[in-house]
Write a protein that binds this ligand. Structure first.
Ligand code: OGA
Ligand code: NI
Length: 356
């Protein structure tokens, strides 16, 4: 465990250099009792909606096994629930989804081992560009005026080509199996969501070229923070892509914005959380809502989450489905562009409004 952190690693000018420490190293520094100013995030009390834990505000639950092998009636009921979840919530949990809990646990443990590697070893996987297939780093967010995020991350492109670090031992094998299983759920969900929009089952698959659609396996590492009210894991945002599937290590921190209230998401142990993301909102011309969410930190335990965004193929132009558009009340509400252009634009900080 690092006992001290050289002061110059905390200077704003060096914070985004390849030599910077991780938040993990910072948090493990024995002398750390407050949040260094570059991490200091002001939670504006006027922007803070009430936290709700009401039962009626609970996130919809979709039973994937019914979509796969239910009776025709069960299937159409599940499709109807999905329709409501996508339009009223922009998110849901999935159960009976076919990913063994033991595999998710093994994936989380393997990421933990990755984050435990010496800082110099992790630096080998430091990428610079949003299109680098393996990228490990810490919380700098260029669109956020020099405030660092209290999280480290590792992101790997796992489809259409599989990439993963070659350390720690066993990581690649687990990541391959886990990402394949998760993609199977997404395949089922996208067909059912197509149907729920009144489109043919394979509509989204075809419109996004999902056969070569991008899948990213990302892990977020949020160390315990001495002053959780003065830092942020990830500020409010929506995800790019069609659907993001998420699991965590049982420590809460994810919140979603629902009817202008922030709601804590406490994942059932065997469930996965599904975010509707920007490209599904675009494709459905706003019928599906991409969910606004954020990650808070706490002073008790390290939180880890696995987030797997699934997007269109990078060079496919994504536009509102013509079937959902007319010249009167359903005009196309989004500009068309490829997924790659969207990601690159997002990096420049010029993609504002909801998708900023
Ligand atoms: C993300 C994200 C939330 C979490 O990685 O985009 O929103 O709970 N993560 O870690
Ligand atoms: Ni997100």
């Amino acid at each position: 465990m690092a006992s001290t952190i050289p002061l110059d690693t905390l200077k704003a000018s060096t914070v985004n250099s390849p030599k910077m420490k991780s938040v993990k190293a910072l948090a493990e520094s024995a002398s750390l009792s407050s949040v260094p100013s570059i991490y200091s995030f002001t939670h504006n009390p006027h922007d803070e909606p009430i936290i709700s834990d009401d039962a009626e505000d609970s996130v919809p639950i979709i039973d994937v096994s019914l979509l796969v092998s239910g009776t025709p009636e069960e299937r159409s009921q599940a499709v109807h629930q999905l329709n409501k979840a996508c339009s009223d919530w922009g998110c849901f949990m999935v159960i009976n989804h076919g990913v063994p809990e033991s595999l998710t646990k093994a994936m989380i443990e393997s990421f933990q081992e990755f984050f435990n590697l010496p800082e110099e070893v992790k630096q080998e996987f430091h990428g610079n560009h949003v299109m680098d297939p393996i990228r490990c780093g810490t919380g700098f967010n260029p669109s956020m005026d020099k405030v660092n995020l209290w999280r480290d991350y590792l992101k790997c492109f796992t489809y259409p080509e599989f990439h993963s670090p070659n350390k720690p031992a066993g990581f690649s094998e687990i990541a391959l199996e886990f990402s394949k299983k998760i993609r199977e759920i997404v395949t089922v969900l996208l067909k059912a969501i197509s149907k729920s929009l009144g489109l043919e089952e394979s509509y989204i698959d075809k419109a996004t070229n999902i056969e070569s659609g991008l899948q990213i396996l990302a892990a977020n590492y949020y160390p315990a923070c001495p002053e959780p009210d003065r830092a942020i894991g990830i500020p409010s945002h929506t995800d790019h892509g069609l659907l993001t599937l998420l699991a965590d290590n049982g420590i809460s921190g994810l919140q979603i914005l629902h009817k202008e209230k922030w709601i804590n998401v406490n994942l059932l142990p065997s469930a996965l959380f599904v975010h509707i993301a920007d490209h599904l909102e675009i494709l459905s011309n706003g019928k599906c809502k991409s969910i606004e969410h954020r990650a808070l930190v706490n002073d008790k335990a390290t939180r880890m989450s696995l987030a797997l965004p699934h997007g269109p193929s990078l060079d496919t132009v994504i536009r509102p489905a013509p079937e959902l558009v007319d010249n009167e009340s359903h005009r196309p509400a989004y500009v068309e562009m490829t997924y790659r252009e969207f990601l690159e634009l997002q990096q420049t900080g010029r993609l504002r409004s909801k998708f900023g």
